[in-house]
Ligand binder design. Structure first.
Ligand code: GLU
Length: 421
């Protein structure tokens, strides 16, 4: 086996290695999966509102497509790096395999802060990025979706740009070039809440296995973007109590519970979460130390690390973000007996409903919300059951078990298909 170290960022690689060792993954498959298949970097100029042009750097990493077209989000964030996108792209390969979707894994992004640009500039940046990617995306080749810093509006612009620059006889099917679009432009019912919804289903399964329900479960949440917000709304409906929310600008805490709709109204008016009038401001250390049943990190990566993990007191962590726990953080939690429902399982609801959206676009259909909800619930429950079974079989943790389910499927497909020529 040649050098496999540092092929993508440390946490993602160590997680992969641990699972690959435990399930004795075929060495060729292991080597293939240690690298993305394609790494694309594009530099493109965009006219700013003041008439000058600025150069942007965009990426698309296509990790693997043995199970189907590359699939994964696009993030607009000042901290986007090639290394991180490689990890995110690999995580998408594991997610789609684990969920049993006919997709591979990819991730892309542009390194910039979308908050610093006007709507017109954002539209031009998005369109020019899509144009720069040229033949490297397509409804049966690579299908982007929203991620950190992007939303349905960005997806609508991407779709429109793609259709405008491709064969107009295929306009209808070309809608499936991106998922997470607005409903009016061919998006799916239930896509916006899908990641939060999937997380809640996974948490419900864990609770059911432990003879408990979500009612009166106490939890605290990191982040208040799409995933965090919908998780909070759905948990609120089930009677769970939200004790605190932390974002990059601070934390609000209320031991009697926070109403997520109320907090969103406050947040939408450009107010900081920490200034929420029905909560008290607490420090980040105090936030991590809260006594509750569950902690849900749903913001960015590496937040549970060697500094914060010792503070965590909850018996369960459910990962709504991609890669929120470092290996050091994970080791500390493990020693304390804290269980982790990993990102590649708990945050797979989004890509699962993306698959439903893609199918609807292929068939020119529009499914009812009840149908999407029913199908998502079934997929999440089955994935949870597969992971639980692997966890028992391999006597390991949830994360490693989830990896093993994904890796074993990919290994089987490689062994049946063989490697060309
Ligand atoms: N960005 C989301 C994720 O990380 C969704 C990807 C998709 O729908 O393709 O899972």
């Amino acid at each position: 086996m040649s050098e496999e170290v540092n092929l993508f960022h440390e946490t993602a690689f160590k997680q992969f290695k641990k699972a690959a060792d435990l399930c004795q993954l075929n060495s060729t498959v292991r080597e293939i999966l240690s690298q993305p298949k394609n790494e694309l970097i594009v530099n493109f100029p965009v006219r700013m509102d003041n008439g000058e042009h600025a150069l942007f750097k965009g990426y698309r990493i296509q990790h693997n497509n043995v199970l189907g077209p590359y699939k994964g989000g696009v993030r607009f964030h000042p901290m986007v790096t090639l290394d991180e996108l490689k990890a995110f792209a690999a995580w998408m390969t594991w997610k789609t395999a684990l969920m049993g979707l006919p997709f591979g894994g990819a991730k892309g992004g542009i390194k910039f802060d979308p908050k610093k640009h006007s709507t017109d500039e954002l539209r031009r940046i998005t369109r020019r990025f899509l144009y720069a990617l040229e033949g490297n995306i397509g409804p049966d080749y690579d299908i982007p979706a929203p991620d950190v810093g992007t939303n349905a509006q960005i997806m609508d612009w991407m779709m429109d740009t793609y259709i405008a620059t491709h064969d107009s006889r295929d306009r209808e099917v070309e809608k499936g070039v991106v998922t997470g679009k607005s409903i009016e432009c061919g998006g799916s019912e239930g896509r916006e809440k899908a990641t939060g919804q999937g997380l809640v289903h996974v948490l419900e399964e864990w609770m059911r296995n432990h003879g408990r329900s979500l009612k009166d479960t106490t939890y605290f949440l990191q982040g208040f973007g799409n995933v965090a917000y919908f998780t909070a709304i759905l948990l609120h409906e089930q009677g769970a109590k939200l004790l605190a929310v932390n974002t990059s600008t601070g934390t609000t805490f209320n031991k009697n519970g926070i109403d997520p709709v109320n907090l969103l109204n406050h947040y939408k008016s450009k107010e900081k979460v920490k200034d929420y009038p029905h909560g008290e401001t607490i420090s980040k250390d105090d936030f991590f130390s809260i006594q509750a049943d569950v902690f849900i990190p749903a913001a960015i990566e590496n937040e549970i690390n060697e500094v914060t993990a010792p503070l965590i007191q909850t018996p369960l962590v459910v990962e709504g973000a991609n890669g929120p726990t470092t290996m050091e953080g994970e080791e500390i939690l493990k020693k304390k007996g804290v269980e982790i429902l990993p990102d590649i399982l708990a945050s797979s609801g989004g890509v699962t409903v993306s698959y439903f959206e893609w199918l609807q676009n292929k068939r020119s259909e529009h499914w009812e919300l009840e149908e999407v909800d029913r199908l998502l619930k079934g997929k999440m429950q089955k994935a949870y059951a597969r992971v639980k079974q692997a966890k028992e079989e391999y006597k390991t943790d949830f994360r490693t078990a989830a990896y093993i389910v994904a890796l074993k499927l990919i290994e089987t497909v490689y062994s049946r298909r063989g490697i060309f020529p």
